[in-house]
Design a binder for this molecule. Structure first.
Ligand code: CP
Length: 310
C-alpha cells in the first residue's frame, strides 16, 4: 500500500489537521492558551525520532515534554540501527517495547506517521512534519499566535484573513495551516509563482492567486514561507532568479511599509533572510516570529497532555 493511501487515525495520535473534527484542535488550543508547567506526565516516556533536520520542532517537543515532567528519549537517527537497514516501523516497534508511549516523528516520507500508527495502534504517534503532507503542531502554535495577536480568545477567526505566500506547493506547514485556520473560520489565500503554487491547492479550501500584492491586500496576517531548496529535484530549480523572486514575492522592507498598520507578519522558520523576508522585517515590530517559536512549546505541551492523558 502506498504511504499516502494510509489514513490511519488513532484516537490519540496526531497525524494531521485535515480530516479530524475541528473541536479536537479547538480543545487543544484552549488548553495551550493557559497551560503551565506541571507534573502531569511524570513517569511517562516520550521519544523523538527525527529523520530530517530540525531546530524548532525537535527542541520544543523536548522542552514541552520536560515541562510536564515526562522523560524524553531522543533517538540519534544518524547513529541508530536505521543505518543497518532497520525499517522505521521496526525502529518504532523497538522503542515501544522499551516502554515508549508517544513517538514524535519527522520524516521526508509523506504518510510515514500514519503507517507507524497503523502498525502500532498501542503507540501514540505525533507527526512532527512528514514530507509535503502536514506539520500539525506547527499549525497549532501558529493558530495560537494568531488568536492571541489579533484578540480572538475563543479561537473564532471568522473575521480574520490570512495570506500565505511563497513555496506553498511544497509546504506541509501551509497544508496544516490552511486546514486549521479555515476550520476556525478564517479566510485564507495562498500566493506565489505558478510554478510553486498550483491551482489544485484550491482543493484544500483556500483561495489561490499568483500576485503577492493582490493576496496581501485586505489580509490581517501575512505568513511568509521558506523556499524549500532541499526539496528541489536534480535539474529542476525551485526559482530561476533570487532577485526576481524577492521582488515579486518577498516581504521586503518597502512592501512591509505599504501594509496597513494592523497587519502582522509570520514565518514558521527557518528563514532565508533577504529572499522571502528582509532581515529588518523579520526582526521588526510587525513580526510574530518569536511568538510562533514560544507558542510552539505551549501548543506541543497541550498536544502531549491530550495524547497521554487517561
Ligand atoms: N518550523 C519548523 O518546522 O522548523 P524546524 O525545521 O527547525 O523544526
Amino acid at each position: 500500500m502506498g504511504m499516502t493511501a494510509v489514513h490511519a487515525r488513532s484516537s490519540r495520535s496526531v497525524l494531521g489537521i485535515a480530516g479530524e473534527p475541528i473541536e479536537r484542535w479547538r480543545s487543544i488550543l484552549e488548553h495551550a492558551s493557559q497551560i503551565t508547567a506541571s507534573t502531569d506526565l511524570v513517569g511517562r516516556l516520550v521519544a523523538t525520532a527525527f529523520f530530517e533536520d530540525s531546530t524548532r520542532t525537535r527542541t520544543s517537543f523536548t522542552i514541552a515534554a520536560g515541562r510536564l515532567g515526562a522523560t524524553v528519549v531522543d533517538l540519534s537517527v544518524g547513529s541508530s540501527s536505521a543505518n543497518k537497514g532497520e525499517s522505521i516501523v521496526d525502529t518504532a516497534r523497538t522503542l515501544a517495547a522499551m516502554g515508549v508511549e508517544a513517538l514524535v516523528v519527522r520524516s521526508a516520507l509523506a504518510g510515514l506517521p500514519g503507517v507507524i500508527a497503523q502498525e502500532l495502534p498501542e503507540l501514540v504517534v505525533i507527526n512532527a512534519g512528514d514530507g509535503r503532507h502536514e506539520h500539525p503542531t506547527q499549525a497549532l502554535g501558529d493558530a495560537l499566535t494568531i488568536a492571541e495577536a489579533t484578540d480572538c480568545p475563543s479561537f473564532d477567526l471568522s473575521n480574520r484573513r490570512v495570506a500565505i505566500i511563497g513555496d506553498v506547493g511544497a509546504s506541509r506547514v501551509a497544508r496544516s495551516n490552511v486546514a486549521l485556520l479555515t476550520g476556525l473560520g478564517a479566510s485564507v489565500v495562498c500566493a506565489g509563482p505558478p510554478t510553486l503554487v498550483p491551482r489544485t491547492l484550491e482543493g484544500l479550501g483556500c483561495e489561490v492567486c499568483w500576485s503577492m500584492d493582490d493576496a496581501i491586500d485586505g489580509a490581517d496576517i501575512v505568513m511568509m514561507l521558506r523556499i524549500q531548496f532541499e526539496r528541489q529535484t536534480a535539474g529542476q530549480r525551485a526559482i530561476a532568479s533570487r532577485r526576481a523572486y524577492r521582488s515579486a514575492f518577498g516581504m521586503t522592507e518597502e512592501r512591509a511599509h505599504r501594509l496597513e498598520e494592523h497587519v502582522l507578519i509570520m514565518h514558521p522558520g527557518p528563514t532565508n533572510r533577504g529572499l522571502e523576508i528582509d532581515p529588518s522585517v523579520a526582526d521588526g515590530p510587525r513580526s510574530l516570529i518569536k511568538q510562533q517559536v514560544t507558542n510552539g512549546v505551549r501548543a506541543r505541551m497541550a498536544v502531549l497532555a491530550a495524547c497521554l492523558s487517561g
